[in-house]
Design a protein around this ligand. Structure first.
Ligand SMILES: C[S@@+](CC[C@H](N)C(=O)[O-])C[C@H]1O[C@@H](n2cnc3c(N)ncnc32)[C@H](O)[C@@H]1O
Length: 275
């Protein structure tokens, strides 16, 4: 099953901007899960490499991070970015998760925004667990794609509609769009212990919020899908002005924008901890 949003330059740009919004939440997940200097980390579905590079900062040069993705374009960009950041211990490889194997196991296997795209989520979780050392950790950061996905108080219709559109596209194109809201069920079906969980939501407003650009870049990527689904007429939505229209509407209304729920889930798998 291919990744519904593709790997155009725009989508890869969107992923790197989105990563800035998500970084504090992913950081808390990795810290809660017990990431330490010197660890060996595997990032499943690495995209443009942001989670792998964040993990690379946390494990330091005595550690090692490998990010894998089935998209050669994503892996090329991730490799270039890690090299520009002089992270020699962060590497990337083009590979489907299902096909991946490694002679040496990992202390921690992570994945962000990748579970919803898997046809068989329990098999995906088992695969992640199979790549860890005894006592290793698996950790996932996923987005809850339930309606309504976002909120605004007072209501900003453009923001609320953006959330509805994203849910519609991912419901149609991601095989397990509701995976984040069913973590315990998926872990139980994978035969692993229940994970520790937390939930956070990005929140913003005012003229400098990152929410506006996040919305604009998301709409730019999903627009062709919205047209195909018959939710938007071709040529009727001006993406170039989306960010400024949303900013003006939000600032004028003194609104507080609440983003999608983010779930962190992690568990130690197998025997005793090695570190
Ligand atoms: C939404 S992007 C997330 C990228 C990155 N984890 C992040 O948070 O910025 C999902 C990525 O997972 C990759 N992916 C999804 N399923 C995959 C699979 N079965 N094998 C390899 N890559 C996969 C896609 O190619 C895509 O680049």
């Amino acid at each position: 099953m291919s990744y519904v949003l593709g790997h155009s330059t725009e989508e890869l740009e969107r992923l790197t901007f989105q990563a800035q919004v998500l970084q504090p939440i992913t950081l808390r997940l990795l810290q809660n899960a017990g990431i330490k200097p010197g660890m060996r980390i595997l990032d499943l579905g690495c995209g443009a490499g942001d989670v792998a590079m964040l993990a690379g900062d946390l494990v330091g040069p005595s550690g090692f991070v490998l990010g894998i993705d089935r998209s050669p374009d994503a892996v090329e960009l991730a490799t270039h970015r890690a090299s520009a950041a002089e992270q020699d211990h962060v590497r990337f490889a083009t590979c489907a998760i299902e096909q991946f194997s490694s002679a040496e196991a990992f202390d921690m296997v992570v994945g962000r925004y990748v579970m919803v795209h898997q046809a068989d989520v329990p098999a995906f979780i088992r695969k992640a667990a199979s790549l860890t050392k005894p006592g290793g950790i698996i950790a996932f950061h996923e987005i809850v794609l339930l309606d309504p996905m976002v909120e605004s108080h007072p209501v900003v219709p453009l923001w609320d509609r953006t959330g509805n559109w994203i849910v519609a596209v991912l419901r149609a194109g991601a095989p397990n769009h509701d995976a984040a809201s069913r973590m315990l069920e998926h872990f139980a079906n994978s035969g692993l212990p229940p994970p520790s969980l937390f939930c956070e939501r990005p929140i913003g407003g005012g003229k400098d919020s990152s929410m506006y650009r996040w919305a604009r870049e998301s709409v730019r990527t999903i627009l062709p899908h919205l047209v195909k689904l018959g939710l938007v007429q071709a040529g009727s939505e001006d993406v170039d002005t989306y960010e400024s229209r949303l900013r003006t509407a939000t600032v004028d209304a003194h609104s507080q924008l609440i983003g999608p729920m983010q779930i962190g889930a992690w568990v130690r798998v197998g025997g005793p901890a090695e570190r």
